[in-house]
Design a protein around this ligand. Structure first.
Ligand code: IPM
Ligand code: MG
Length: 367
C-alpha cells in the first residue's frame, strides 16, 4: 500500500515558519517510528497570488482533492489588503473549504495546565478546560446568495445571505453528536432562533438528529448568550454545535480561554473518500500574524497540534497523536515559552525553531 499523502500549503506570514517546524515533526515520525508520508508542497493565499495572479491555482485545487490530507499554514497580509475581493488571499482558503466540501470544522479548545495563568480569565475558570466547537464550514452567510454590493436608488447596498438547508444542518449536527459520543456526551447548539428563521430551522434539525443519539444530552442557546457563557463558565460545555459565522466568532473567543491563539489547532472534515478516509484539511486557528512575520517569534504549537489532529482523524493513528500531544504538554510544563506565552518576569522566550526542536526532543524522549 502506498504511503498516506499530505499536501502542505504554508501560505503567508508566519505560515511558512510554523510549517517548517511541522516538517521536523513529520520527519521524526518517519525516522523514529517508520511512519512515512508522501509530502508535497504548493502555494495558497498571497503567495499563490504573487505567482499565479489567483489565491489558489486550479492545479493546486486539483492536488488538494487527491491527497489524504491538506495541511495549511495561514493566509493574508497587509500587502494584499487592496486587492480585488475576488482574488484576496482568504478566497483561496474559502475555495478549498467549499470545493472539498469540508463541512465539519473541529476546533478544540484545551487549556494546558502549564498555561492556565496566561488566559485573560482566572485560573480556576479555565484550568482543565476541554471543549470542542463544531463549526459548520461550507454554508451560511459565508457562501449564501444573493451577495454583493448593489446600486439601490441613489446609494449602494451590501448584501449577504444566511442560508441553510436541512441537510446541511443535519450533517453538521451528526458530526457534533458523533464527537460527543466519544467525549462527555453533551451537545450545546447555538443559533439566534429568536431573530433568524435559519436559526429556527437549525434548532429543529438539531433536535431531530438528537433522537438518534439518546445517550447525548442536547441543549440550545442563543449565540450571544453562548458567547457570554463561554467567558463566564466555559467548563459547562462539551461540544458546541454552531453555524459558520457564529462558529468563526465563538472559536476565537474560546481560543483566548486557553492562553494564546498560538495554541489552537483545527480540522476540517468532509465526506469519506474511496479509501475510507474523510476529505480533510488541517490548519491552526491563528492567522498570518504579519506583525511578527520573519522574526522567529511565532508559536508553532497550533500548527503542530493540527498535524496531531491529522494523525487522529485522517490516519487512524490515535496513539501517535496522543504521543505528540503529550510531548507538547511536556515541553510546556518544562517551561518552554514562545513570545506569545510570556507573562512571568525573567523568562526568556525561545524562538519558533527552538520550540519545534523542543517538541522533537520530547518526542524522542517518549520512546
Ligand atoms: C478562520 C478565519 C477565516 C474565516 C478567514 C481567514 C477567512 O477567520 O478560519 O476562522 O473567517 O473562516
Ligand atoms: Mg476566524
Amino acid at each position: 500500500m502506498s504511503n498516506p499523502s499530505i499536501l502542505i500549503l504554508p501560505g503567508d506570514g508566519i505560515g511558512p515558519e510554523v510549517m517548517t517546524e511541522v516538517r521536523k515533526v513529520i520527519n521524526w515520525f518517519g525516522e523514529a517510528r517508520d511512519i512515512q508520508f508522501d509530502v508535497s508542497e504548493d502555494l495558497v493565499g498571497g503567495a499563490a497570488y504573487d505567482k499565479h495572479g489567483v489565491p489558489l491555482a486550479d492545479e493546486t485545487m486539483a492536488k488538494a482533492q487527491e491527497v489524504d490530507a491538506v495541511l495549511l499554514g495561514a493566509v493574508g497580509g497587509p500587502a494584499y489588503d487592496d486587492l480585488d475581493f475576488s482574488v484576496k488571499p482568504e478566497r483561496g482558503l474559502l475555495r478549498l473549504r467549499k470545493e472539498m466540501d469540508l463541512y465539519a470544522n473541529l476546533r478544540p479548545a484545551q487549556c494546558f495546565d502549564a498555561l492556565a495563568d496566561f488566559s485573560s480569565l482566572k485560573r480556576d475558570i479555565v484550568a482543565g478546560l476541554d471543549i470542542m466547537i463544531l463549526r459548520e464550514l461550507t454554508s451560511g452567510v459565508y457562501f449564501g446568495e444573493p451577495r454583493g454590493i448593489f446600486e439601490e436608488g441613489n446609494e449602494r447596498v451590501g448584501i449577504n445571505t444566511q442560508r441553510y438547508t436541512e441537510s446541511e444542518i443535519e450533517r453538521a449536527a451528526r458530526s457534533a453528536f458523533e464527537l460527543a459520543m466519544r467525549r462527555n456526551k453533551k451537545v450545546c447548539s447555538m443559533e439566534k432562533a429568536n431573530v433568524m428563521e435559519s436559526g429556527i430551522l437549525w434548532r429543529e434539525v438539531a433536535t431531530r438528529v438528537a433522537k438518534d443519539y439518546p445517550e447525548v444530552e442536547l441543549s440550545h442557546m442563543y449565540a450571544d448568550n453562548g458567547a457570554m457563557q463561554l467567558v463566564r463558565a466555559p467548563k459547562q460545555f462539551d461540544v458546541i454545535l454552531t453555524d459558520n459565522l457564529f462558529g468563526d466568532i465563538l472559536s476565537d473567543c474560546a481560543a483566548m480561554l486557553t492562553g494564546s491563539l498560538g495554541m489552537l489547532p483545527s480540522a476540517s472534515l468532509g465526506a469519506p473518500m474511496a479509501n475510507g478516509r474523510p476529505k480533510a484539511m488541517y490548519e491552526p486557528v491563528h492567522g498570518s500574524a504579519p506583525d511578527i512575520t520573519g522574526q522567529g517569534k511565532a508559536n508553532p504549537i497550533a500548527c503542530i497540534l493540527s498535524f496531531a489532529m491529522a494523525l487522529r482523524y485522517s490516519f487512524d493513528m490515535g496513539t501517535e497523536a496522543d504521543r505528540l500531544e503529550k510531548a507538547i504538554e511536556k515541553v510546556l510544563s518544562d517551561g518552554a515559552r514562545t513570545a506569545d506565552l510570556l507573562g512571568e518576569d525573567g523568562v526568556d522566550p525561545i524562538s519558533t525553531s527552538e520550540m519545534g526542536d523542543a517538541v522533537v526532543a520530547a518526542l524522542q524522549a517518549s520512546l
